[in-house]
Design a protein around this ligand. Sequence first.
Ligand SMILES: Cc1cc2nc3c(=O)[nH]c(=O)nc-3n(C[C@H](O)[C@H](O)[C@H](O)COP(=O)(O)OP(=O)(O)OC[C@H]3O[C@@H](n4cnc5c(N)ncnc54)[C@H](O)[C@@H]3O)c2cc1C
Length: 516
Amino acid sequence: MEEKAGKPISRRKFLFWGAVATTGVLVGCAGSDGKDGRNGKDAVLFSVDWDEETDVVVIGAGGAGLVAAIEAKSKGAGVIVLEKSDNLGGNTAFSGGVVQASGTKYQQQFGISGDTPEKHYQYWLEAGEGVADAELVRTMAYNSAGDLDWLVGMGLTITKIYAIDPIPYIDPELIPARLHVADGLGGGYFSVLKEQAQKSQVDIRIESPVTQLIADADKRVVGVCVGDGEDALYIKARRAVVVAAGGFDCNDELAKAYSPQLYKDLENQLSLACTGNTGDVLKMGLAIGAAPAGFGGTIAYPAMRIGRNEADLPIPGIWVNKYGQRFVNEAAHYGYVARAVFDQEEHIAWAVFDENVRQMGGSVIGGWSDDLAAEIASGKILTADTPEALADAMGVNAGQLALTLQKWNADIADEDADTLYQKAVALQALDTPPYYATSVYFYNVGSVGGLKINSKAQVIGNDGEPIMGLYAAGMAAGGFIGPYYPGSGTAVTATIVFGRLAGRNAAAETAVADGD
Ligand SMILES: Cc1cc2nc3c(=O)[nH]c(=O)nc-3n(C[C@H](O)[C@H](O)[C@H](O)COP(=O)(O)OP(=O)(O)OC[C@H]3O[C@@H](n4cnc5c(N)ncnc54)[C@H](O)[C@@H]3O)c2cc1C
């Protein structure tokens, strides 16, 4: 372990896990280099003179960050929120403003009965396919209604409540309408938080990127470094640091390591997530020994580049893989379907339809021109007079595509049903030439997986114990989502529930002794 000089009037040495300065003198905060300092071999002892101090430092001024800050402030703590970009809101402000909550008074007002936190918990658990942490999803489900009331108390208005589309193996009883839509969508939702933070006089600083978490010799996180070089600022957190810096939505390197589907979406330049979320604080957390959790999936919904712009639009056609076979109920929940598409060989999927669908036009297929001439001319839509010729143009097995269409058309004629995947909407024959095909892509709206937390929102270390003084909330944390995204509102609910828990518990931490 190497000892470095920090600022001149320092009184205490701090462990600087995982980031070794390459020069002899440490002149500012070093960005995390992602090295694994868990064995202590990369740890550096250095001395720091704090420039400022407060009770709770919150990293990130998106949804989870402001929720945590408002909650901590309401418990009497001093709070500083540090935001890397030049504006507030993160992905939360761009979102659809959908919150999942169960057993709410708003469901009753909208005439929806029979939902309970237990059903919600069971749903998230089943959709989590053995990967989602039961303790975390239980915490989310059971806190969701009360936390939504808390937001409504600040001025949030719910304009609509709807249900996710079916998931083949999940009992529909478990997924009643519980997706609460905020007035003004994500922008409206976030403005409620922003106004409340202003009213509560939370100290929020933009253009303040956190570049290092600082832990003391007992491995308690005691502060952060903001910026780099001569302008670096050391802020002491007397009680705790809350990581609310979002996911690694736009970081190719982390996507490649942790989320193949996100990586593919970034490669295809099909991400709608904001560019500020690059997982830097995730790397800092891992470098001080935090355990990773919940990686693998991503938040994505299938789309056709030519403008299927409604995630819940019934799809008047069938989807086939590179072998010309159907592989999923195309109208199932988008997260489930997105995974199914990604699981196909080379991630190839085509939507196939006929002239009758084309004649339904742009009113059914959002964003498409009525005659499709422009899309055909640009090559975004392929067309042919027979299924076999269409298959040749698509590069899929011609005999199999013809058989797939025959089976679909026979099902509709004989049973008026999809006997293969039980799709219950858009049951119409696809037998009128010309035939059309277009590629199915994804839009990505964020990463999944982050720092492992417990139901108090404490960050858990690789030894299974909480890292003292460190909390995480929102998409910076991981473990509450399984291999596919279980529906709009899951992410925002995680920002609210774990944001509140993090803020409350951080404010209640015993303060680091004066002089430390
Ligand atoms: C178009 C779109 C629609 C969506 N719709 C929904 C929806 O309706 N419902 C739903 O549940 N989910 C939705 N999602 C996903 C959801 O919005 C996000 O997952 C969630 O809001 C993330 O909240 P967060 O607080 O964790 O992160 P964010 O709100 O993204 O905030 C993170 C903040 O941390 C800052 N930051 C990052 N690194 C640092 C650093 N080193 N120092 C300081 N600050 C840092 C970022 O700049 C950012 O402001 C949507 C996403 C998109 C893109």
